[in-house]
Design a protein around this ligand. Structure first.
Ligand code: AMP
Length: 616
């Protein structure tokens, strides 16, 4: 039933509130909405394609191109074309450096800092790149509906951690969107099938998501309309692309094509890859494949033999997930399929056999997550009868970190009661006290948010900067009372305060704070990136000075001079307001210092092996 309201002052009909659902995927993204109880996936101008490739291209004229048009540049201009940015969202360089070889574009960073992507001399965060995809989706739906939209629900994988979820929210904000909820992809898929809408029913669901490049399985328990993720498992590098590769390798062997000719001839490789994908899709509804010129053939039996090892791998993950959820396979009530590769009949029948029950596969597996996001959005908009909105925090709560940045601990719209914590450390050697200042609001700099209180964690035992482990924990109860506790874990010292988070703030003021945060998102993001670059620069200068002091005996005077000169360049850049100049200066210093650090490490190890002690 559609809900129609009347503006009592003007007598005009008020449009049904529209909140849109977005599936921000690794390979493809989609946008959907629900109207009058029906979900619609927004398609491109041709009316054919709902998938927007999650690809961003920076052309040489400085323009940003997103989607299908950007994807065309993956082969011709790989270093300026960013794909799979979701894999980098909320991650530090240390998290992703092993996967760096798989990327055709430059990523740079310090071990413990967030990843940045470098194109020409400009540094982009995964958040700002994801925002480009979201902006594209926003434009697509606004064009389709002929009206502006701002409120959204965005889906993320069930295994996303806090910082990945926060990064997704930030990307939304930067795209001019008000992200009401971040929901798990398997939850969305269940909602699309109507699972979880009947509050009386308790169900256990397995969501099997096999896409182009990733495989995820999640086990959910749905009780009283609440979705609980019992376990997740998967493989971040397993999917349809691997099946294409297996077919390609089979043809290469069958036709005596040398591996060397594939390496030399990128065109041949690419052509075979595309043919392999065509064969795979063809065999979903046919028994035999023959390429147009007749040179490549594949029958269903051979195809299934090629898919079998991959399917077995996914079943191992499913088995582990069921075990981690403390369940038996027979206790899974429903099985839902997500992702393009689940169209393969052998995968469907293999799963039906494994779970010994029919599986949900009626909906388009590429669209099912976006549809569920749209259904959740419709529930939030109050358009679905019988659904009570749960109490949520109206504004984000967090603390001030270096340089006056807001670090959100409990994001806006979290269900209450809720508790969350995050670890921090000191920035100065021997630091004894740490000020914890608590803020409420959506802006990136605390100066624009509302200060709720502050206290000092005292008597931190003297340690080198970065050594103390300080945990700040927020507990928000159902009455909006916030308890903040800071503890130094090595010494056990802790301090706690109680704050009334809702006190003295009106609904209007909250609304204004939200609007402000979206209006200023771009400026805030730039200020934040500059502050972060300055913080990172400061810590690199500190550690470089330490390094020179500790390793003077193995460094040439000319090397020390060059280090100082790079540090000087960095200091000059830090006095300015250009974050790319700071990042470049850090990059130069790192590139110069890395071989020296390696030499120092080798020297110290050698010394230790000779029986002398390691330097501290
Ligand atoms: P996704 O990442 O969910 O968009 O999944 C895309 C993957 O699904 C790609 O590897 C496609 O080749 C694969 N795919 C799409 N349609 C079919 C089909 N009919 N049969 C087998 N695989 C398919």
């Amino acid at each position: 039933m559609a809900k129609i309201s009347i503006n009592m002052k003007s007598g005009e009909l008020v449009e049904e509130e529209l909140i849109v659902g977005i599936d921000l995927g690794t390979t493809n993204s989609l946008v959907a909405y629900a109207k009058s109880g029906k979900t619609n996936i927004v398609k491109d101008d041709s009316g054919q394609n709902s998938l927007v490739p999650s690809v961003i291209h920076f052309n040489t004229q400085g323009e940003i191109i997103v989607g299908e048009a950007a994807k065309k540049n993956l082969i011709t201009s790989p270093e300026r074309t960013i794909y799979s940015v979701k894999r980098l969202l909320g991650k530090s360089y240390a998290d992703v450096k092993n996967a760096e070889a798989n990327l055709s574009y430059d990523i740079i960073d310090q071990e413990d800092q967030l990843v940045k992507i470098k194109i020409d001399d400009v540094f982009y965060s995964p958040v700002s790149l994801s925002a480009e995809i979201l902006k594209y989706l926003k434009l697509r739906i606004e064009k389709h509906l002929g009206r502006k939209i701002s409120k959204t629900v965005i889906t993320v994988p069930a295994y996303f951690n806090d910082s990945q979820r926060q990064a997704t929210r930030d990307a939304g904000k930067l795209a001019g969107l008000d992200v009401l909820r971040i929901i798990n992809e398997p939850t969305a898929a269940s909602l699309a099938y109507g699972i979880g809408l009947d509050k009386e029913k308790t169900e256990t669901v397995a969501v099997y998501d096999l896409g182009g490049g990733t495989f995820d399985v999640s086990i959910l328990r749905i009780e009283d309309g609440v979705f609980d993720v019992l376990s997740t498992n998967g493989d971040t590098y397993l999917g349809g692309d691997d099946i294409d590769k297996a077919i390609l390798n089979y043809w290469v062997a069958e036709n005596n094509i040398s591996k060397a000719s594939l390496v030399d001839d990128k065109g041949l490789n690419q052509m075979l890859r595309l043919l392999a994908e065509e064969a795979k899709k063809h065999l979903s509804s046919n028994a035999h494949y023959k390429s147009e010129d007749g040179s490549f053939t594949l029958d269903k039996g051979t195809f299934e033999a090629l898919v079998k090892p991959l399917f077995d791998k996914t079943i191992n993950c499913v088995e582990q997930a069921v075990k981690d959820a403390d369940l038996k396979v027979s206790e899974i009530d429903e099985v839902i399929l997500v992702g393009g590769s689940t169209r393969i009949p052998m995968i469907k029948s293999g799963l039906a056999e494994y779970f010994k029950k029919p599986i949900y596969d009626e909906l388009n597996p590429d669209e099912v997550v976006a549809m569920g996001a749209a259904i959740q959005a419709d529930i939030l908009a109050g358009n679905t009868k019988g659904f009570l909105l749960i109490d949520v925090t109206p504004l984000s709560l967090g603390i001030e970190t270096m340089g006056g940045l807001m670090d959100t601990i409990i994001p806006r719209n979290s269900k209450i009661p809720v508790s969350a914590g995050r670890s921090y450390t000191t920035s100065v050697d021997g630091q004894k006290n740490l000020k914890v200042a608590v803020y409420q609001g959506e802006r990136d700099l605390v100066e624009h948010n509302r200060k709720l209180g502050e206290f000092i964690l005292k008597d931190i035992p003297p340690m080198a900067a970065g050594m103390p482990k300080i945990e700040v924990h927020f507990i928000l109860d159902a009455d909006g009372i916030l308890k903040v506790r800071a503890s130094e874990l090595r010494s056990g010292h802790s301090t706690e305060v109680k704050i009334k988070s809702q006190y003295g703030i009106s609904e209007e003021e909250m609304g204004r704070m939200l609007l402000d945060s979206i209006k200023h998102a771009e400026v805030d993001m730039k200020a934040k990136a500059l502050l972060e670059a300055k913080n990172e620069g400061r810590s690199i200068v500190l550690s470089s000075n330490k390094f020179i002091k500790q390793n003077a005996e193995i460094l040439d005077p000319s090397e020390i001079e060059s280090l100082h000169s790079h540090m000087n360049d960095l200091n000059i850049a830090m006095n300015g307001d250009n974050k790319d100049a700071i990042n470049n200066a850090m990059n130069n210093l790192n590139e110069f210092a890395n071989p020296l650090a390696q030499r120092a490490m080798d020297y110290n190890i050698k010394k230790a092996l000779e029986g002398t002690s390691l330097k501290d």
